[in-house]
Design a protein around this ligand. Structure first.
Ligand SMILES: [Zn+2]
Length: 168
């Protein structure tokens, strides 16, 4: 018995992940990633941006019921953010956050019936920190059946926004 007590505790399986299964990624100034889009369409949200929160400001949801929305009540600025489930050369499968301009570039370049699934291209931001997020399509869909399935970003955002609130 006493010998056993001296043995290190072994567990081959890594501890379960906390947080969402798929991360939300933001391309920052100077970054560039090749993506293959898994979503058929962009998932968009109106969010509030609280400049004063945290070290770098923080986003949170704008609620459908304005009277219940903390951001609306305190007069925080609103903006639109789009999300796409993608496979990225840099991050693997993830959600990519899009500005309105980048979202418009993607939908304009995809053409056709507007289905984005299977579209490939480069998403990049110019090196200034406030540089614009841009998308350059490189290849249109081949057979999109073989691609991994699209995911809904809502549960992930919900988790992030709750977590961010708790962390403040
Ligand atoms: Zn609001």
């Amino acid at each position: 018995m006493s010998e056993r007590k001296a043995l290190p505790r072994r567990q081959d399986d890594p501890p379960p992940r906390t947080g969402p299964r798929i991360d939300v990624k933001r391309v920052v100034g100077g970054q560039s990633t090749t993506i293959c889009i898994l979503s058929s369409r962009i998932q968009g949200f109106i969010v509030h941006w609280d400049v004063a929160a945290g070290r770098k400001g923080r986003s949170g949801p704008c609620l459908q019921d304005e009277s219940a929305c903390q951001g609306c009540k305190t007069g925080l600025a609103k903006k639109w953010l789009g999300y796409l489930c993608v496979i990225s050369s840099m991050w693997g499968r993830c959600f990519i956050e899009l500005t309105p301009e980048a979202a418009r570039q993607i939908t304009d370049q995809a053409g056709g019936n507007g289905d984005l699934r299977g579209v490939r291209g480069r998403l990049y931001r110019t090196s200034a920190n406030n540089g614009r997020l841009r998308f350059e399509v490189s290849e249109f869909r081949e057979s999109s059946e073989k691609l991994p399935k699209d995911e809904d970003v809502s549960p992930v955002l919900e988790w992030l926004w709750n977590w961010q609130r708790k962390a403040s």
